[in-house]
Design a protein around this ligand. Structure first.
Ligand code: PLP
Length: 474
């Protein structure tokens, strides 16, 4: 236990370190040296036999994080959707750590749980659900939310699945995703016990969007062959290329076929907050469930995902386990215990970082930030095009997949990997390579930071130009 004096010193040191990081992260390298030996060497003296001073311990961690981290809060981090966290989100996580509310049972954390309910309803409405229908739960992220959705769809399709598991199934259940979907859905199938072979990959069109006619014919074929389709998971904003599946036509198919429709809108769902972009999500209001990650485009610290559904009662049917030891003081009140309706049991107050960020920024603050990032995406496309990079994906979201259009080997994976290596080892930015459309190698850059400016974009395009020259000289 620390004395009050030591604690005060500690808080000051921690908040000074946070403020200093926020102030100068943009001026430093984006990428760390990848040195496992060096890091293990630093940790070696920590045998925990001899206690050290709190400030010494904190300074050690701060310095090590600064040195050995890909700085996702850097405005030149153009990566997978890891944002710069909001100040309110950082403050929220500190408060949550200190108050340590336990959200398993309502009576232990009435305020925290009502905050999360309030947010679930508010986001449900943003996605077009009616406030009285909307239900849902906070999750650690999109993977857990997708897992929740697959479980709920199974329980909905096979009422005995919750008790008898896969033994209750007479045929292999199948679920449908686009070939560009997130692999957490594959793993969800594995975790649910139906196996990864239950997942059918539906072909995509030129813009990497699921083709509804292909979906329909796969479902028909599977039925003929004795399989049992139960779920279609459309993606609104693929991880790779920002493709948005045509949700309305897919919803027409799931309605006709009696299948659960899930929309994985982990990052792309944020466009629901921008009036001129909202129509991209048309049809999402018909989804039986929706995944949305606040720790992506809403820029709160990890880990904050949301699973929304318009079926009240399905989470309860999926997750409730009766037991005798949980708190009972709230029995008889019009409230629910989160542990009866989610994968997690002990629960952290995930929603506070969303609540405080949204309360202070307002919907309008988010609209502006998301719009700004979308514009930065346009700017990046324009500048890349002008510098003879060839863009291979089409999306209104700020994610660009491109190759080097300047010379013949500009599309080769070796050339593209070498460009990324140059940029990363110089610490100038973080971009990556990936493959789209079943194997085409591309460079990938995504605007993940609300602080990224036109000057940052200009710098990225210059760095790319510098890197391709260097690669050709090697
Ligand atoms: C990020 C992402 C996920 C996984 O979410 P986590 O928060 O990383 O668990 C799932 N689907 C899509 C489309 C994503 O972008």
């Amino acid at each position: 236990m620390l004395t009050k004096e030591k604690r005060l010193e500690l808080w000051h040191r921690v908040f000074d370190a946070i403020e200093a990081y926020l102030e100068d992260v943009a001026g430093g390298r984006v990428t760390p040296e990848l040195d496992p030996k060096g890091i293990r060497g630093l940790l070696k003296p920590f045998d925990f036999e001899k206690p050290i001073e709190p400030l010494e311990a904190v300074d050690f961690v701060v310095e090590s994080l600064r040195k050995y981290q890909t700085h996702t809060p850097h405005p030149r981090y153009y990566g997978l959707f890891n944002p710069a966290p909001t100040a309110m989100g950082i403050a929220a996580d500190a408060l949550v750590a200190a108050f340590n509310p336990q959200l398993a049972a309502w009576s232990h954390s009435p305020f925290a749980i009502e905050v999360e309910h309030h947010l679930v309803r508010a986001f449900g409405v943003r996605f077009g659900y009616s406030p009285t229908q909307t239900d849902g739960t906070f999750a650690s992220g999109g993977a857990e939310a997708n897992h929740t959705a697959v479980l709920a769809a199974l329980v909905d399709a096979y009422p005995e699945y919750a008790q008898r598991g896969v033994l209750s199934l007479e045929a292999q259940p199948t679920l449908y995703v686009s070939s560009e979907s997130h692999h957490s859905l594959l793993r969800a199938a594995r975790l649910c016990g139906i196996g990864t072979e239950a997942v059918r990959e539906v072909p995509v069109d030129r813009d990497l969007r699921m083709i509804p006619e292909e979906l329909e014919s796969l479902i028909r074929e599977d039925r003929k062959r004795g399989f049992d389709p139960f779920l279609v998971a459309a993606t609104a904003g693929t991880t790779n290329a920002g493709a948005i599946d045509p949700i309305d036509p897919i919803a027409a198919i799931t309605a006709r076929e009696g299948l659960w429709l899930h929309v994985d809108a982990a990052w792309g769902g944020a466009v629901a907050l921008v009036p001129e972009l909202r129509s991209l999500l048309q049809g999402t209001e018909r989804a039986d469930s929706i995944t949305f990650d606040a720790h992506k485009w809403l820029s709160v610290p990890m880990a904050a995902g949301l699973l929304l559904t318009r079926h009240r009662g399905i989470l309860d049917r999926t997750f409730r386990i009766e037991n005798v030891y949980m708190p009972k003081e709230a029995a008889g009140l019009d409230v629910v215990d989160p542990y009866t309706r989610s994968i997690q049991w002990s629960r952290r107050f995930i929603g506070l970082k969303v609540f405080l960020s949204l309360a202070v920024a307002g919907w309008d603050g988010y609209t502006k930030a998301i719009r700004h990032q979308t514009r930065m995406g346009e700017t990046l496309r324009e500048k890349l095009g002008a510098a003879r990079w060839e863009i291979l994906n089409r999306t209104p979201l700020p994610l660009v997949c491109f190759v080097d259009g300047e010379h013949a080997e500009g599309r080769s994976p070796g050339h593209l990997d070498a460009i990324v290596r140059e940029i990363l080892s110089a610490g100038k930015a973080w971009i990556s390579t990936t493959r789209i459309a079943g194997g085409t190698p591309v460079l990938r850059a995504c605007i993940t930071n609300y602080l990224t400016t036109e000057a940052d974009i200009e710098a990225l395009v210059q760095d790319l130009d510098w890197a391709r020259k260097r690669v050709r000289e090697l």
